[in-house]
Design a protein around this ligand. Structure first.
Ligand SMILES: C[S@@+](CC[C@H](N)C(=O)[O-])C[C@H]1O[C@@H](n2cnc3c(N)ncnc32)[C@H](O)[C@@H]1O
Length: 292
């Protein structure tokens, strides 16, 4: 069978199985099977698949049709223009989490301007902590943007930290990203200029409403923040009071219904300058505050 026919049949198979973005999924799985890029694929539509390739592709399609996320099958996902390894130990990085990076960088830049310093941010002297780092996507994206910053990335899952470690090495920032297995920041006495986190924020009571790709395949510890979902923020913010330096920043991703529970936790005397950023769907997605 040639590539054009294999792809056409794969698209039909995934469409019939109600796979979201079925054309893209079929393409990505074929590229993964062949170890090629998209340009090569469309330049060689008549190329024949070997028997091993055809069997491998067919096995991946069956797993995708049964609900396994494409990223766990290919082992990768792009975030902030960087390719990250993903395994079943980590949440697949989401595009909306890029708003956390944008808000953090904007807030740091504004602080530099306010302090009369140059706007070229290198992160010199900055200590950053990413709580619940998962694949390491937030910590590593910030390490790439701020080449002089030092970053601590924590997670309660040792499996996740192993993936984050490999991603930090892959992107050449392992010497500036330290990894720590800990429950939030419990017992940790470090002081930081910036605390970022995309904590688990889905409510267990919402479990049945989730897509099967998420509900059946992504790690529960990365998804659920409690029965309602927003419970974890109270502990995280209480610990942040001790770990964020005066004048330092807190930037948190929010679940679709977290804002009413989280905003009241960021009030004086501990926090000022609170701002909320919506995602592209108009959902309040990131809350940022300054330690008073
Ligand atoms: C929503 S995922 C975010 C992963 C990654 N930062 C991202 O944005 O893709 C939440 C992460 O927090 C970790 N986590 C859950 N509960 C935790 C806790 N109590 N302390 C530390 N990490 C925790 C999970 O293992 C998971 O990696």
């Amino acid at each position: 069978m040639d590539i054009r026919i294999a792809l056409k049949q794969a698209i039909a198979q995934l469409r019939d199985a109600h796979v979201p973005s079925y054309t893209l999924a079929a393409e990505l799985l074929l590229l993964h099977t062949l170890g090629r890029d998209r340009t090569w694929l469309y330049a060689h539509p008549e190329q024949l698949l070997s028997q091993a390739e055809a069997q491998g592709f067919s096995a991946l399609l069956a797993r995708r049709a049964a609900g396994e996320p494409t990223q766990y099958l290919t082992g990768k996902q792009e975030f902030w223009g960087l390719e990250f390894e993903v395994t079943r130990d980590v949440l697949i990085p989401r595009p909306e989490t890029e708003h956390v990076i944008e808000v953090a960088l904007d807030r740091l830049a504004v602080r530099e301007i306010r302090n009369g310093r140059k706007q070229t941010l290198t992160g010199e002297g900055l200590q950053i902590v990413d709580v619940g780092t998962g694949s390491g996507c937030i910590a590593i994206a910030l390490a790439k943007e701020l080449p002089a910053a030092m970053i601590l990335a924590t997670d309660i899952s040792r499996g996740a930290l192993e993936v984050a470690q490999r991603n930090a090495a892959r992107h050449g920032v392992a010497h500036r990203v330290a990894l720590l297995p800990v429950n939030l920041l419990a017992g940790h006495t470090g002081k930081y200029n910036l605390l970022v986190s995309n904590p688990p924020y889905i409510g267990r009571k919402e479990k049945e409403t989730l897509m099967r790709e998420v509900r059946e395949h992504e790690p529960e510890v990365a998804l659920y923040g409690g029965e309602e979902g927003y419970e974890i923020y109270a502990d995280l913010i209480a610990q942040a009071v001790h770990c964020v330096k005066p004048g330092g920043l807190l930037v948190l991703e929010l679940g679709h219904n977290s804002l009413p529970a989280v905003q009241p936790l960021l009030e004086p005397p501990h926090w000022t300058n609170v701002g909320v950023t919506n995602d592209l769907a108009g959902i309040p997605r990131v809350i940022a505050a300054e330690r008073a």
